[in-house]
Design a binder for this molecule. Sequence first.
Ligand SMILES: C[S@@+](CC[C@H](N)C(=O)[O-])C[C@H]1O[C@@H](n2cnc3c(N)ncnc32)[C@H](O)[C@@H]1O
Length: 343
Amino acid sequence: MSSPNLPPISLYSTPTIIRPKPKPSLPARNSSSSCAPRQRPQTSCTATTNRRNPDDYHTTLKALNSKNRFPKKSLGQHYMLNSAINEELATAANIEEGDVVLEIGPGTGSLTNVLINAGAIVIAIEKDPYMAALVKERFASTNQLKVLQEDFVKCHIRSHMYSLLESMCLSEANTRYAKVVANIPFNISTDVVKQLLPMGDIFSEVVLLLQDETALRLVEAPLRTPEYRPINVFVSFYSDPEYKLKVPRSNFFPQPNVDAAVVTFKLKQAAHYPPVSSTQAFFSMVNSAFNGKRKMLRRSLQHICTPLEIEKALGNVGLPATSRPGELTLNDFVKLHNLIMKV
Ligand SMILES: C[S@@+](CC[C@H](N)C(=O)[O-])C[C@H]1O[C@@H](n2cnc3c(N)ncnc32)[C@H](O)[C@@H]1O
């Protein structure tokens, strides 16, 4: 393949970050909470303390040129040119020496570099065999990185994490959860969120660079709008999400047609999930409710019980008999589910 026809750096505006108005932040997860956290690998697994230079436009292009790679649209290859944003991602996850971090799509390794410099042990899953080879080669001198050349959507992440964590040295002193920090291809955002948020037994935080519109939809979709969907119920069931900052498209190469945003999801542990008899039955009810989005719940849920019983349950939740799915919060759905499951 010939060398990519790359635009000169002057074509890019100065990379910028747009911060939202400060919001009250959520209380930090207390690792000494009543639920015993799983053990994590000892910091002795970390070896190198060599700090590498941050990646920028030239480093990224040099890395791609060295392998004659041109960014692939089908793989969402928009590389981060601004190391300050990679630092923001690591800071949002509060990365500390010895943390185990899952990175999805390391690409040229610009974020990987920041994570390794912060002392993390990184497990990187990269679908593109060329980029997997590139990032392996780049960090060949450290034992802080393990690269798996796989499609995140198809791989069994839970068993990968278990076997990797088990293969690492364990210590009583190390009781933190693993974390996820990633600049993911936008087209797998929903898969990533659906796979990772229910994994509060492994991860404490999931920090993602998402398409801005997706980020807003996942975190801030208001009730009674078309943006409010079952995924919002899912996200708040399993996590406390926060929109951190907007990342304009000018920070990527090649520049996407949309802006991005950093979002953090603090994962709940199972003991803190809303009380439902079965999560499967709960989400099946939520999905059915939204299947007829404009339909009243007394109609869309009549495969579960009679319209009269649904009206009565809605009344007990404090909602009108004519309620539609877009009007119910997570708590409303939980109460409704628990009532109609008793019928
Ligand atoms: C948006 S780029 C980010 C690259 C790098 N992290 C950065 O910040 O510059 C997305 C990366 O994910 C990889 N990728 C795409 N689809 C993937 C998948 N299904 N599983 C794992 N990696 C994937 C791409 O090859 C690419 O390296």
